[in-house]
Design a protein around this ligand. Sequence first.
Ligand code: CAA
Length: 405
Amino acid sequence: MPFLGEIKMNICNIKNVAVIGAGDMGHGIAELCALNGYTVYLKDIDQKFLDRAKNRIRESLNILARKGKLKDDNVETILERIIPTLEYKQALENCDLVIEAVPEIMSLKKSVFVKLDSILPKSAIIATNTSNMSITELATQTKRSSKVVGMHFFNPVILMKAIEIIKGDNTSSETMKFVEDFAYSLHKLPIPVLKDVPGFIVNRIQAPSSVLLNKIIEKKIATPNQIDANFRKIGQPMGPFELMDYVGLDIYKHGADYFAQKIDPEFKSPKWINELIDEGKLGKKTSYGIYDWSSGRPTINLEDTTENVDNKDILLVQVNEAAKLIEKGVVEYPGDIDIAIQNATGNVSGIFWLLKDDREYLINRLNSIADEMGIEIFRPIDFLKEMPFPSARKALKARKKKRRE
Ligand code: CAA
């Protein structure tokens, strides 16, 4: 959980933060910043989005207040630090750091970046909360590419501890450090992502397992409830299909189709999800999706599990994708991947425990999954054979040491 109250002014000399977009992520980011003592300009295109955001923030702060987690602050003083606005100029002219959180549409984000660059002070940093898209490409819309960085929060922002800090091709090390310090000042855990790859760490690793899960549904091997019940049984806070609904099927589709375009067509969002989207069923935000959310969190029948699907297969394709990231040098320490997964999704065990099984067996299993499903992205990469065990413990130790230096 966040900290609360002990930091009023911060370690990185930021006075004003602007958040562009007051939706699921934007309102949570604004709340988090205000909670930690920052003045936040929250910009959107319509007053009704701003009003809704403020109500959601108030509700969340009330929960924290009831639990005695606001220390010296109270709900109203924190809310006063959030200044809703419809005007870019008001949001940006005295701003040190802006976090863009508009919908996942590249052309929209690019037009926002042009606007930000034209109004912001020259020294200000532009961070984007994009879930998957290229930081480098967005930075081309500005004259300050060394000051453009990814800052990927996880939903719900107030509760999930990880923030991926993504280096674009031209992001300077000063900008990376500045934003990492800022993340620490929010009492979050920054995970540096050193190469600008689609989906960064967490979403990238989950992408092939979503392809496998969707194939399992299409082939009627199991139902979403059965899969989710299997994962709840091993202690995950949400099964993968409930999580898709929670985040939004539209968001899932944007990501999947982006991976299909940038990595491999096999990542494409499947027909059955596209049909739900066409019917306006986007998940939690529209009350219906894969599940019925009209009375709150859907009821998953935890008894209705399945033996047709081995949870290990789902995690194994994630391990293979993780190996690709480690081989490419995307992470600072290989164990960062488990740390990111644990702190972004509440999956307490991470994925690398699977590597304690016989490596040859795991590689054969990946080939069998690829053959059975007819999907090539599941093929094991050669590096998986020789990859040393990525230890989260070692990664945490190394990070702590680096921070002390
Ligand atoms: N503000 C403050 N506190 C809140 C809150 C809020 N908005 N929402 C919930 N809480 C508190 C509740 O009061 C409760 O506290 P107690 O345990 O002290 O009672 C606690 O948080 C848990 O909440 P609930 O009991 O309401 O619900 P839950 O136990 O079902 O947990 C959840 C909800 C935290 C979302 C949990 O299911 C979970 O961790 N799910 C996985 C989420 C995840 O994987 N997120 C990453 C998504 S991917 C992403 O975001 C990336 C992207 O690019 C889209």
